[in-house]
Design a protein. Sequence first.
Length: 117
Amino acid sequence: QVQLVESGGGLVQAGGSLRLSCVASRRTLSPYAVGWFRQAPGKEREFVARIGWTGNTVYADSVKGRFTISRDNAKNTVYLQMNSLKSEDTAVYYCAADFSGSSWSGWGQGTQVTVSS
């Protein structure tokens, strides 16, 4: 079973930036859509952004204009650039891939993002 690995989280002040990375070690990501999700304490996991195999992108309204998802197929990596961070962005961030064409899978352990106000 393929598992993706997230990294790049940390503690940052409001207004700051972080870049998260999502890597798959045993499967090529380039033919698949990859998504970023997040889960804040006491809340359900929510969609943040996705990037298709063609590079098309979709964002949640809450992050539109602040976050950018991108992919580097040569590095088999998908990134989430997060700018103008807010305290409400505090969460564990996960990535997943649509290997089957119908559902997200390959969930990793996540990476913690904490934004201090």
